[in-house]
Design a binder for this molecule. Structure first.
Ligand SMILES: Nc1ncnc2c1ncn2[C@@H]1O[C@H](COP(=O)(O)OP(=O)(O)OP(=O)(O)O)[C@@H](O)[C@H]1O
Length: 247
């Protein structure tokens, strides 16, 4: 589980987060929503200490990340995967090597790499692509590789920073289904930052609404499931109106 306790983040004189506290239970699919600049990514990045709180603490699976030794932090991070809006794949490495890097960083013995990479590539349906380079893949395939890289260390938590925002509506559905499947198959706790309400409504069981660095609301949700019709209709309106689905 994840506990964020009275966390603030200051960038020079700018307060990106102010006294934020929240609890995410094991097995939740938790959304973080809010306008651009509300502090969503900053809050998410605190959950693996990519961003260090200026004050307050973040506990993940019982470990206080900001107080952890480098060794304890490395150990804690093995159980926390992360995916990003723009995938963050290394362009001059093959799909296989992009995934194997995560095993190297987690100091998993090299003799285990081939089998583990194969296993996650099979899971995301890309075993035929292991010798290809990221530039030859579609956006959805790149995100599947990034998901495979995140899964290869068998995390109990997957942090997702706008995981579908660079994807078209149908690929968005595809990736949301993959995330739902990961949750169902492995019980992984998902934390999803998204500015798209439909993403949050479709799969999240709870959500934090951020406004200008503070918690505006905390929601308990009943996910609707990944609904293609609605999403596609919305995408058409968005395409026709140049971005605003509700115009
Ligand atoms: N490293 C940094 N240095 C200075 N300011 C930063 C830094 N990182 C984030 N900020 C600022 O903190 C605020 C919150 O950023 P953050 O990326 O968390 O917002 P967000 O809600 O995820 O928005 P968006 O969806 O636009 O990314 C923004 O005003 C941003 O400019």
């Amino acid at each position: 589980m994840i506990t964020v306790a009275h966390v603030s983040k200051q960038f020079a004189s700018f307060a990106a987060l102010r006294d934020v506290s929240l609890y995410i239970e094991k097995g939740a699919i938790h959304g973080i929503v809010g306008a651009s600049g509300a502090g969503k990514s900053t809050l998410l990045r605190m959950m693996n200490l990519l961003e260090r709180p200026t004050s307050g603490d973040v506990h993940v699976n019982g470990v206080c990340l900001s107080a952890a030794s480098p060794k304890a932090l490395r150990e804690a991070r093995k159980s926390i995967g992360m995916i990003f809006q723009h995938f963050h794949l290394v362009s001059n490495k093959t799909v296989y090597d992009n995934i194997a890097v995560a095993l190297q960083l987690a100091r998993i013995p090299k003799k285990e790499h081939a089998a583990r990479v194969q296993e996650v590539l099979q899971y995301v349906g890309l075993e035929a692509y292991k010798e290809q380079y990221p530039a030859t893949l579609s956006g959805g395939q790149k995100q599947r590789v990034a998901i495979a890289r995140a899964l290869v260390t068998k995390p109990s938590i997957l942090l997702c920073d706008e995981p579908t925002s660079a994807l078209d509506p149908n690929t968005t559905l595809d990736i949301l289904r993959v995330l739902q499947q990961i949750h169902a198959d492995f019980g992984v706790t998902l934390v999803i930052v998204s500015h798209e309400l439909s993403v949050i409504q479709q799969i999240c069981t709870s959500a934090t609404v951020l406004q200008a660095g503070e918690i505006y609301d905390t929601l308990t949700l009943v996910p609707t499931g990944v609904r293609s019709g609605e999403q596609t209709a919305e995408s058409f309106v968005r395409a026709l109106t140049g971005g605003d689905a509700h115009a």
